[in-house]
Write a protein that binds this ligand. Structure first.
Ligand code: GLP
Length: 265
């Protein structure tokens, strides 16, 4: 795992966009981008939109796969991840709608939906770069602590702490936060060629420390990234505040003349 420390959230977002542009330059055609939801992603998506408007980044040749969606929440509900993605990214960039993939939490057969989502990812030869946030309990996508570290896309039940953390999107009403979700598995995520996890804020500090300096354990699903050859974490100072070791700063990482050769953790 390669860890980079940003001065603040804005710098972490700028690093994420820089990282994406590097990967896209390596594979300008049929780039497969794994997308995440959550507050952490909004600053990155704002920059994606800005760069797209300015003609610096193009998404026409990108195919996207989102990590997860709530089960039995109408797509048009403001808290659905379909709505989130339209509001924060897809309505602000030029991308063919048929290139966008988000799990269907309203599918009549969710087992079939999960299997065909995996098959769809494979049909594009896998994800080139997966963007990730992290939950305060160490979850990635909706893989809660205890999830199988080689799991594939499937239906999962949420912990109450995650439902509470996400209840703001439901007007603060815990009872309206769905209990079930469909989510890529940890194994699905680990199959991506590159992973970039972005963490911001003091509430993520415990999860960040366990993920990077703790043992690999299903109790901290994000720690599975330690197994990945090309997993990067960019954390702002608050999210990095419980780390014991010293890591490179964004400035150092971006000005390293050997940056091109430092892909492997
Ligand atoms: C949700 C999403 C995750 C996201 C997490 C953290 O549970 N399923 O993909 O990483 O929230 O979100 P935030 O960035 O809002 O803290």
């Amino acid at each position: 795992m390669k860890v980079v420390i940003a001065d603040d959230y804005k710098e972490a977002c700028r690093f994420a966009v820089h990282f994406f542009r590097k990967r896209l330059a390596e594979k300008p055609e049929n780039f497969v981008l794994g997308l995440a939801t959550g507050r952490t992603m909004t600053g990155i998506y704002d920059l994606f939109a800005e760069e797209n408007r300015a003609g610096n980044v193009f998404f026409e040749n990108c195919v996207t796969f989102n990590l997860d969606e709530y089960v039995k929440l109408p797509e048009e509900h403001p808290a659905s991840y379909h709505s989130f993605m339209n509001e924060h990214l897809f309505s602000h960039i030029v991308i063919p709608p048929e290139n966008i993939h988000i799990p269907d939490g309203n599918a009549s057969d969710l087992v079939e939906e999960a299997l065909s989502y995996e098959e769809m990812i494979k049909s594009y030869h896998g994800i080139d770069l997966q963007l990730l946030g992290v939950g305060a309990n160490g979850h990635i996508a909706f893989n809660e602590p205890g999830s199988n570290l080689s799991s594939q896309t499937r239906v999962k039940k949420l912990n109450d702490e995650t439902r509470l953390a996400n209840s703001d999107d439901f007007g603060g009403d815990l009872s309206s936060v769905p209990k079930y979700v469909i989510t890529m598995g940890i194994g699905t995520i680990l199959s991506a060629r590159f992973i970039l996890l972005v963490a911001s804020g003091a509430e993520k500090a415990g999860a960040v420390a366990s993920m990077i300096e703790g043992p690999v354990t299903a109790q901290c699903p994000a720690s599975a990234l330690q197994f990945h050859k090309h997993a990067f974490v960019v954390a702002d100072r608050e999210a990095a505040s419980l780390l014991k070791k010293t890591y490179e700063t964004v400035r150092e990482a971006m000005s390293d003349p050997y940056e091109e050769y430092l892909h492997e953790a």
